[in-house]
Ligand binder design. Structure first.
Ligand SMILES: C[S@@+](CC[C@H](N)C(=O)[O-])C[C@H]1O[C@@H](n2cnc3c(N)ncnc32)[C@H](O)[C@@H]1O
Length: 405
């Protein structure tokens, strides 16, 4: 496993695979139609255009407490599942907002990938010591490799052959962007599975389909929301029913003040759960973010972190706290933990916890809003024909603490 400096490079790849069977070694090209590409670009452009905020701008955000709450949730996941020396793959890493969290976990190596060029550039700046944000911050203790590319289209096992296997893969608030087609959803999971070591952990946060569909069904029309967000479904879904044969491509427009304004896709969790099993991963934990907060806020180490982050005020003079509307947005998301099947190679594991202790409790099973419709079980859709293409990935590599580019 390479952990030091390697040259920047461009890689041209065409993602292979059968669409309907897990076939990691398959080499048939799968192709995306123009609409899929257009939406992936729309998402990339949206995030790319979001500039870094100053500390003052950030504090003035109408969703500042929600941002802090989300950071707390991600920190808890990282503290629970990352261990000293771990090799970490951060899929859809964005501007590197989790770099400090990984540093606190004392990881040994970090690879961050995002489709948005602007975000990867901001991530690089942050890693190298951004003047505005981390003026007094010490350098990160782990070497990093940053890549701009589409994690849901490209075969990352080829791109990251020298970096794998990883102990932890993380995909925070981003996996649902892969659910625009079955091929992309499969590519995302095939990438995670191929890059995790046996016994390795996949942690993430994504929209909770059950909550969103329930809200849609309760709404008068196809739009619902509050003062900080709205969600709008297309007319195609005016009956608010979803065919069990098509669990992919259920698109809605998501607007979150000062954060998101782009197309997103529903991830029916029970389909997700059966799909991850095809890719040799098993569910360890799933909790709606409300439940996640209620559970982990009870633990002394995480209460203190919450106080420091200030999502619920600092317990002293600072009376400001999460608004009801921000709390409603938190309900739209869930946190999950998956484990790659197989026995970890103990000679290569960096003193991590006994993973045998993890289990799925009864409460971890989410209620299934989809089951209310007439066809309870989802089946996977049929393939559409497609034409060949290749994908360019630009990679930026940094050695131990050295600035890059
Ligand atoms: C809500 S942001 C989350 C960023 C980061 N994970 C965090 O928690 O701060 C979603 C991220 O997903 C990235 N993204 C969306 N589609 C992607 C794709 N196909 N490949 C890689 N990144 C993608 C976006 O560019 C954006 O940075």
């Amino acid at each position: 496993m390479k952990r030091g400096y390697s040259e920047s490079s461009s890689t041209s790849l065409g993602p292979p695979q059968s669409r309907f069977k897990h076939n990691p070694e398959g080499d048939a090209e799968f192709l995306e139609d123009e609409t899929t590409k257009k939406f992936a670009r729309k998402v990339a452009d949206h995030y790319s255009a979001r500039t870094n905020q100053t500390l003052e701008e950030r504090e003035a955000s109408p969703i500042i407490h929600l941002k802090k709450l989300n950071n707390w949730i991600k920190s808890v996941l990282i503290q629970l599942y990352a261990r000293k020396g771990d090799a970490v793959l951060d899929l859809a890493c964005g501007k590197g907002g989790d770099l400090i969290k990984w540093d606190k976990a004392k990881i040994g190596y970090y690879v961050g990938i995002d489709i948005a060029e602007g975000s990867i550039e901001d991530c690089r700046t942050r890693y190298n010591g951004d003047a505005d944000h981390h003026q007094h911050r010490k350098k990160f203790t782990f070497p990093a490799h940053l890549i701009c590319g589409d994690c849901y289209e490209v075969r990352l096992d080829k791109v990251l052959a020298d970096d794998a296997p990883f102990d932890v893969v993380s995909c925070q608030f981003a996996l649902h962007y892969s659910w625009s087609t079955e091929a992309r959803a499969r590519r995302a999971l095939a990438n995670v599975s191929a890059l995790l070591r046996p016994g390795g952990t996949f942690i993430g946060t994504m929209p909770d389909a059950n909550v969103i569909i329930k809200k849609l069904r309760e709404a008068e029309g196809l739009v619902f929301g509050n003062s900080v967000y709205w969600i709008r479904f297309d007319e195609d879904f005016s009956e608010k029913k979803f065919k069990s044969s098509s669990p992919f491509g259920i698109k809605y427009k998501f607007h979150l003040e000062d954060a998101v304004d782009c197309p997103e896709w529903i991830v029916p969790f029970h389909v997700f759960k059966s799909l991850v099993e095809e890719y040799d991963m098993e569910l360890v934990l799933v909790k709606n973010n409300h439940e996640f907060v209620h559970e982990y806020i009870k633990k002394p180490e995480f209460v203190e972190l919450m106080r420091r982050l200030g999502a619920l005020g600092d317990g002293n003079q600072d009376q400001s706290t999460l608004s009801n509307d921000e709390w409603e947005v938190a309900h739209l998301y869930l946190a999950f933990v998956l484990r790659k099947r197989g026995e970890p190679d103990r000679t290569q594991v960096n003193g991590r916890r006994d993973i045998g202790k993890m289990h799925i409790s009864k409460e971890d099973q989410t209620s299934n809003e989809f089951a209310r419709q007439e066809k309870p079980a989802w089946r996977y859709g049929k393939a559409k024909s497609s034409t060949p293409r290749t994908v360019l990935l630009a990679t930026i590599t940094s050695g131990c603490n050295c600035s890059v580019l």
